[in-house]
Design a protein around this ligand. Structure first.
Ligand code: ZN
Length: 166
């Protein structure tokens, strides 16, 4: 964490170190890409920081600081606000992208096509419940025809998957 009492080897200034880099760069990064902004801000706060007078990083720890340690609460508050705004923007974008992908998929995928076999199978199950409901299963009311045989015949070449008595 920067913000330490340091003595500068470059200009001889003794004082509280500043974060490296520039807070404005963090702001610009935050508006463009959130993750690099976070990484940049962490890098800014690592180490001893730089001399508040000349900006040099040739500083060594010191205990000679007379003034009170300055606070960077203002920067942190701005970052918090940006983080919240950035987070909600990200979520909105994500939801929009998700919706767009779904719409895109929906437009391009044709509705699932049932094969002839599937249609005949559906028709067959439909026919079974048809005759079960009519109490004509497994033998039809003529007393000799197997319901399954009748269904199989009626369902041959079915185009709807629904059982229709022929
Ligand atoms: Zn200096």
């Amino acid at each position: 964490m920067a913000n330490k009492c340091v003595s500068c080897n470059n200009c001889g200034h003794v004082g509280w170190s500043k974060n490296r880099g520039n807070f404005l760069i963090t702001l610009v990064l935050a508006f463009l890409f959130l993750i690099p902004a976070v990484i940049y801000e962490i890098w800014r706060r690592m180490g001893l920081g730089v001399c508040e007078s000349c900006g040099s990083d040739a500083v060594v720890p010191s205990s000679q600081c007379l003034s009170n340690k300055p606070s960077d609460a203002g920067e942190l508050a701005i970052l918090l606000v940006i983080g919240i705004i950035g987070g909600s923007v990200f979520m909105v974008l994500y939801a929009m992208a998700d919706g767009a992908i779904d719409a895109f998929k929906g437009r391009n995928d044709p509705p699932p096509q049932l094969s002839q076999r599937d249609l005949e199978k559906r028709c067959f199950y439909d026919g079974m419940s048809h005759y079960q409901n009519k109490n004509e299963y497994p033998i039809l009311k003529d007393g000799k025809t197997l319901a399954m045989d009748k269904i199989q015949l009626d369902c041959k070449g079915s185009t709807t998957g629904k059982y229709v008595v022929k």
